[in-house]
Unconditional design. Structure first.
Length: 360
């Protein structure tokens, strides 16, 4: 060890001369490499700046050509790479946002179109039901009118029957009254003439010609007439009274029967009318409910159509904002990739000879 130290100590002057020569040669070599690196970096940056019209890259190229410090140039390149990568991230985010918005918009429009189509079909069905209910209501109105007309005709006929009955009854009662009055007059006449009552009810007798009127005779100023003929007249009048009273009774019975039949027929018509009016009320209620549903459906459809129009405007806005994605996203990405690679290459040229300090 002592021997080696002594050898190195004795060759101190020689080593100093040798070291000076090594430094000078190293400096020359580093200067040459630096110039070549700058030239390559400049050419690369200039070509990229010209190709893509990138002003920032042109500024870096000028800085390299002007002999800027490697650390400064590399920092500028790193910054440029960072900017380009951020642009890349922004483009990707924009593309993803566009795709998401376009998908969401398309789905929303599809949902709205489905809702509108479904509502239109529902409105069509309800429209058919409305026509059916309207036809049913119109038919029921006609049936109700016909039933009321039948009731009116039945009542008119019954009133006519009642009027005829009352007139016939009045005529019969008047006839009976007159017949009784005639009987009373004849009875009084024969009593005043002291005729026996039994003879008053005898049937008339004709000895020769029944069509010949009886003859009268007067004696001592008293009426002695043919008692049997007079009695026959009273009997006939009495029979007429009985017939008239019988006719009155039969007329009343017939009228009562007619009234009962009228009430039965009118009751049946009233039941029919009540059923028809109930059906009509039910149909009108159903139609009213249906009209509310139709109104609500039309309102809903209008709202959905407004929403669809709004989504159409959104689609246009998205299309304007995102049109470049379809036409330029990939070309921008390829261009940026080339730019980044060029910057990385330029940085590599410079970094290969840089030592972290100015070596020019």
């Amino acid at each position: 060890m002592k021997t080696a130290i002594q050898i190195l100590s004795d060759g101190k002057n020689t080593f100093e001369a040798s070291t000076s020569t090594f430094v000078q040669m190293s400096s020359i070599q580093e200067h040459t490499e630096s110039t070549a690196a700058r030239s390559k970096a400049y050419s690369t940056l200039k070509a990229l700046a010209s190709r893509f019209h990138n002003r920032a890259m042109a500024e870096i190229a000028v800085e390299v050509q002007a002999g800027g410090h490697f650390d400064k140039v590399i920092a500028m390149i790193d910054q440029m790479i960072s900017v380009l990568r951020q642009e890349e991230a922004d483009d990707i985010a924009h593309r993803d946002r566009c795709e998401n918005n376009q998908n969401a918009n398309a789905n929303e429009i599809a949902d709205l179109e489905h809702a509108i189509d479904k509502t239109e079909k529902s409105l069509k069905r309800m429209g058919n039901t409305k026509k059916e209910l309207t036809s049913e209501i119109d038919a029921l109105k006609k049936e109700i009118a016909d039933t009321k007309d039948e009731q009116a005709d039945l009542l008119k006929f019954r009133n006519k029957e009642e009027a005829e009955f009352k007139q016939a009854l009045a005529d019969d009662m008047e006839a009976a009254r007159l017949l009784r009055k005639a009987i009373d007059a004849l009875s009084s006449f024969y009593k005043r003439n002291k005729m026996a009552v039994p003879e008053l009810i005898q049937q008339p007798e004709y000895s020769h010609d029944e069509d010949k009127a009886p003859e009268t005779s007067w004696s001592d100023g008293n009426y002695g007439g043919r008692k049997s003929e007079s009695g026959g007249i009273i009997a006939i009048l009495s029979m007429l009274v009985e017939d008239t009273e019988k006719e009155i009774a039969e007329g009343r019975a017939d009228n009562a029967d007619a009234q009962e039949k009228y009430l039965k027929q009118n009751g049946a018509l009233q039941n029919t009318l009540d059923s028809q009016e109930e059906s009509k009320a039910s149909a009108e209620s159903s139609k009213a409910d249906l009209m509310e549903k139709i109104e609500a459906a039309e309102k809903y459809k209008g709202e959905k159509e407004d929403d669809k129009d709004a989504e159409g405007d959104t689609k246009k806005a998205i299309g304007t904002d995102c049109a470049w994605v379809k036409t330029h996203f990939q070309s921008r990405r390829d261009k940026r990739k080339t730019e980044i690679q060029g910057l990385v290459d330029a940085k590599g040229f410079l970094a290969g000879v840089a030592s972290g300090k100015d070596v020019i």
